[in-house]
Design a protein around this ligand. Sequence first.
Ligand code: SF4
Ligand code: SF4
Length: 279
Amino acid sequence: MIVSIASGKGGTGKTTVATNLASVLGISCQLLDCDVEEPNAHLFLDPVINQENKVFTLVPKVDAEKCKLCGRCQEVCAYNAIAVFGKKHLVFSALCHGCGACQYFCPHKAISEEKKEIGIVQKGTKNHLEIITGKMKIGEAMAPPVIREVKKYIKKDFITIIDAPPGTSCPVIESVKGSDYSVLVTEPTPFGLNDLKLGVEVLRKLKIPFGVIINRFDLGNDKTIQYCENQDIDILMKIPFDREIARVYSKGSLIIDEIPSYRQKFLELWESIKIKARK
Ligand code: SF4
Ligand code: SF4
């Protein structure tokens, strides 16, 4: 079973939920950190790293001798990643999606592909947990290929918890697609509600069943609760604003280890996810 933890925006407590949930289960479980721009689940779990692989993508390489500067590659590139300026060719590899269209349409067979390193995937363990972390290289802009590499580690007979990137763009979609259930973590502020609505829209389009966790629920207003009720969205858990939780978080520890009552709360969360995912 694959459960993704997402949030419309950053800083809502998504990684806290993902790491505590994965750790509390006590059975063979994987945690995939797909927040590849800023992965931080490993900071809370401190895994022993036993494997590291580079992630490459293919980008076009133009043979200046064969190129007739016809501009066809520029026309077919939907991402403005290749261009002809006067007598020069430019490839903006950070924008390239590796779709291969320029190579396919080049009438003079002047384009080949070359590998470019865009990140790494680390695999580690901590007790019963397998932790797979994707890290994009600084300066790179293409998160989805790194996320796809992380997701290749999913084992069908394991429970897999995915820590998705914040937001609602391509990296989020790449992370959550294929999930049996998603959890949207939000906070009860006008910004939180706005981003929650965007997240709900994405999950409904992808037809992934989901529920909501409201973090710091006692700090904001009740509009998030009203919205969930009106939209028939399950509120799976409410986490209060608590100085003790903030202290545990800031020292990089798990809530379930330091505040024992949360062990039961996260187990109950898992039970309700299992039931709702089956519906
Ligand atoms: S399509 Fe081929 S020949 Fe035409 S400009 Fe691009 S690389 Fe050169
Ligand atoms: S591979 Fe695709 S995205 Fe990259 S430059 Fe060629 S057409 Fe553009």
